[in-house]
Design a protein around this ligand. Structure first.
Ligand code: ZN
Length: 131
């Protein structure tokens, strides 16, 4: 028997005892796979950890409607399927493929670098008054 706990984003996780970190959701008869998605009471959860004592940690997510799924171009690595922001994207190569760390959908990405100039006022130019 596996006990599933919902781990809210931003909660500090007690890896020894997930029941101290999350809300109990349900029991599962079979061991789920890490990275599999579960639908429980019309809510979607992805399995992110399976710890001792058969405690399973899940994170919540939502899929966008299919007609809203489109390429994203944002300052952060944003999953087009669920909107999850991947915080460690700076560690990625410039182009590649990976799965979303939240909803496990397959993604292809390219890092787009833009150049900006920061200009600091230093001294305003003088003007010679003639008349
Ligand atoms: Zn996603």
């Amino acid at each position: 028997m596996y006990k599933v706990y919902y781990l809210k984003d931003g909660t500090r996780i007690n890896y020894e005892d997930l029941s101290q970190s999350g809300r109990y959701l349900i029991d599962l008869d079979e061991r789920p796979e890490i990275g599999s998605n579960l639908e429980i009471d019309n809510n979607l959860y992805s399995v992110c950890m399976i710890m001792e004592h058969n405690m399973v940690g899940v994170r919540a997510f939502n899929f966008k409607d299919d007609d809203e799924v489109d390429e994203t171009l944002e300052s952060e690595f944003t999953c087009p399927y669920c909107g999850h922001i991947y915080q460690d994207a700076f560690e990625l190569e410039d182009t590649g493929e990976r799965t979303c760390t939240r909803c496990n959908s397959e993604l292809e990405f390219e890092r787009v670098v833009t150049v900006e100039y920061s200009v600091i006022p230093k001294k305003k130019a003088d003007v010679i008054k003639i008349r």
